[in-house]
Design a protein around this ligand. Structure first.
Ligand code: ACM
Length: 721
């Protein structure tokens, strides 16, 4: 690991180019379109306390009286369609609910929606719902998501899951009950583009890591995955005609050398694209240039002015590389290279966009930069795709319909309308004048690699600290406006949406200096989840929810309610310090007596024989009524009897109701692990193997203890003392 810190923390990561002649005052004073946004449905006032906490905030949400709809193992998922994509949403929902509930809800096609008793997914709703809109009605008798497309159903299912208890996100069996909160929701997105960028170039994320990130992002109705596939530190996609891009270009990461498989094969990339599609997410591949190109320069000699391959780069600096664009021969080399690469990538990408980067090229002349933009944009349009680029690309001539991604910050906004507008603002104005559309990723709000605060081990802070409130308190229509929100450079009508960006060059502990050991790098998902949650849901809400619902106090409370969901899902989120998170449930470690129906859990006759069935008996304080609770890493407990030192155990690992609960030699198996849940009047104690509850047969002395389904009975509600 060489190289000094690429961004001294006080220095923003900015392009250093000075191009005075190009942006004269002729480009100023463009007509600005009115920033009105019409909404199909009038939003409600901030959610009342009785409404379930949903992120992103739905357009309208009304409480429905009653107790809600409780799922059983037989509840059907009735899809009012025979279309594979709609049925696929049904299968997705069934699979989503299976780990925690233990149910495999049957998915079926229904000619018409069942009147009650089902989870109904109906894609035959009116066209006025739009591509992603939906309504969701739940009451004591059932729950129905209605949309005009499978995609709308999928977005509605993300709301539906948040109407179930947080335990539904658990990866292991939990006791339930599984009741859908009763509510009436009508919903549709504010913006069509709601993205997240994953930097798989500077830190490689495996296919499984990317899929996990897709699932996590889809929960918050993110519909675009931008993969930053190439950078100085690595080239991550196989291009058949250019094998060196992967044998050499993929051999490094920031902080790592010697890799042989840090890239996606064609089949793996297709697998990611297909997985994203199954979550109604579009992949935007980014081939960055003309800077951020050392991996390509190390692989293809003719991209260098001296026709000699550069050494692969595993450091941490930016602005260090440039394709050779100094003469016609090298411009032809770059053009041919980009055509080969873009052809390969475009062919594998069903989505409309190819992202061409264009950022951070301090050493490029105008002619060099324009030569890149010309070659790269031709390669994209020749394939029938639409050009995306960082907003720097706006300085060049853009094909019609291009989309620029703004990543500037407060210093750009402060310059708007002054005599010294920043380079970024000038580039934006040039793009606006060419009719471009815009995705907003203001780095001081939407860059997920910025530290939340000074205590955060990962990331940078050149755009300032981005705590949860900073991630939430901004608006796409004023991201390019003056500091007071007036005179936006990009008119509201030209904003396509928002994107959160997770750069991964500082994905190691101690990131305010360079790493000295690879042991500072956690597994990529650990970094990703820490930096992404809770901030991605903030960006997602800005992209989805009507501006009129924007309210920090409401968002804060709905956001922190997600914490237990993330814990249950095994998402290593950061309990950001500007929020008050639900208390971690206190550990129950220690020796307890357990009482249900007025009698204590007891090993009859103080037996020390493995296999003895447990009973309940009048409490007497003996050691055969004392149970030692020990919390396991998955949050469950083992219960060891203090007379026998044997473990409470579901006989033979049964998952059947009525199976005996016995004592047995402790072995750490799931039929000896118990999930303890607070309920009214005490706790339920569920087998981690079966999800069934520790239950005594009666209030009589000697009543036998078995596992049974949850019936909210006092005979399965235990008090601990
Ligand atoms: C960027 O952060 N260089 C787009």
């Amino acid at each position: 690991m060489s190289a000094s810190a690429r961004h001294p923390l006080s220095h923003p990561r900015r392009p250093h180019r000075r191009r005075p002649a190009r942006f004269g005052s002729a480009l100023l004073g463009l007509a600005l379109l009115p920033s009105a946004l019409s909404l199909a449905v009038a939003p409600q006032a901030a959610a009342a306390a009785t409404l379930p906490p949903v992120v992103p905030q739905p357009v309208s949400q009304t409480a429905v009286a009653g107790s809600g709809f409780t799922l059983t193992a037989q509840t059907p998922i009735a899809v009012v369609s025979t279309a594979p994509d709609a049925l696929g949403v049904g299968s997705y929902l069934s699979a989503l609910l299976a780990p925690a509930t233990g149910y495999t809800l049957p998915v079926s096609t229904a000619a018409t929606a069942p009147a009650s008793g089902a989870l109904v997914l109906d894609p035959t709703g009116p066209a006025t719902l739009g591509q992603e809109g939906y309504t969701l009605s739940s009451s004591a008798t059932g729950a129905t998501v209605t949309a005009h497309s499978a995609e709308g159903l999928f977005r509605g299912v993300q709301t539906l899951r948040q109407l179930l208890p947080a335990a539904v996100e658990s990866t292991t069996l939990r006791p339930g009950p599984w009741t859908v909160a009763p509510v009436q929701i009508s919903d549709a997105p504010r913006y069509a583009y709601r993205g997240v960028m994953l930097d798989v170039a500077r830190r490689f994320f495996s296919v499984e890591d990317v899929k996990r990130y897709i699932d996590q992002s889809a929960t918050y109705k993110i519909n675009t995955l931008h993969l930053h596939l190439t950078d100085d530190q690595g080239w991550r996609i196989a291009v058949g005609a250019l094998p060196a891009l992967t044998t050499t270009g993929a051999s490094t990461q920031s902080g790592f050398t010697g890799g042989t498989s840090w890239y996606y094969t064609t089949a793996q990339y297709q697998d990611i694209v297909a997985y994203a599609k199954s979550r109604f997410m579009t992949v935007v591949p980014e081939i960055d240039g003309p800077g951020h190109t050392t991996a390509a320069l190390a692989s293809v000699p003719g991209l260098n002015c001296d026709d000699r391959a550069k050494a692969p780069y595993s450091g941490f600096e930016v602005g260090i590389s440039l394709y050779c664009l100094k003469d016609t021969r090298h411009i032809a080399n770059v053009s041919s290279f980009l055509t080969t690469v873009v052809d390969a990538v475009a062919q594998l990408t069903p989505g409309p966009y190819v992202h061409l980067g264009g950022d951070e090229t301090p050493q490029a002349t105008t002619a060099e930069y324009d030569a890149y933009a010309d070659a790269a944009t031709r390669a994209v349009t020749a394939r029938g795709k639409t050009v995306m680029g960082w907003h720097q690309l706006g300085q060049s001539t853009l094909p019609a319909g291009s989309v620029m991604q703004f990543w500037g910050d407060a210093s750009d906004r402060a310059s708007v309308g002054t005599a010294n507008e920043s380079a970024g603002v000038k580039q934006l104005r040039h793009a606006v004048a060419q009719g471009a559309k815009f995705v907003m990723s203001p780095s001081d709000h939407a860059y997920l690699d910025m530290k939340y605060d000074s205590t955060v081990p990962y990331g940078l802070s050149w755009a300032g600290y981005v705590n949860a409130q900073k991630a939430y308190d901004w608006d796409p229509t004023t991201a390019t406006a003056k500091t007071d929100g007036s005179s936006p450079v990009v008119a509201a009508a030209d904003v396509l949406g928002v994107e959160a960006a997770l750069w991964a060059d500082r994905a190691y502990r101690g990131s305010t200096s360079l790493p000295t050991s690879t042991s500072q790098f956690p597994a990529p998902p650990v970094y990703a989840e820490y930096m992404t949650f809770p901030r991605l849901p903030a960006i997602a809400e800005i992209g989805w929810s009507p501006k009129s619902t924007h309210d920090w106090a409401s968002f804060r409370d709905r956001l922190t309610a997600q914490g237990p969901r993330w814990t249950n899902a095994g998402i290593g989120y950061h309990a950001a310090a500007d929020l008050t998170w639900p208390a971690t449930p206190g550990t129950l470690d220690g020796v307890h007596t357990l009482t249900a129906g007025g009698k204590s859990l007891d090993v009859p006759g103080s037996s020390t024989t493995p296999g003895t069935q447990l009973v309940t008996w009048a409490g007497h304080g003996g050691t055969n009524q004392q149970w030692k609770f020990t919390r396991q890493s998955d949050g469950t407990y083992t219960l060891v009897n203090q007379a026998s030192q044997l473990c409470a155990d579901v006989n033979a690992g049964s998952t059947s109701p009525g199976a005996a609960v016995i004592q047995w030699t402790c072995g750490g198996t799931t039929n000896q692990r118990w999930t303890v849940t607070s309920v009214s009047g005490g706790h339920t104690i569920a087998s981690a193997k079966s999800g069934l509850l520790l239950t005594t047969a009666s209030t009589a002395d000697g009543a036998l203890v078995t596992q049974q389904p949850n019936s909210a009975s006092p005979l399965q509600t235990w008090t601990l003392s």
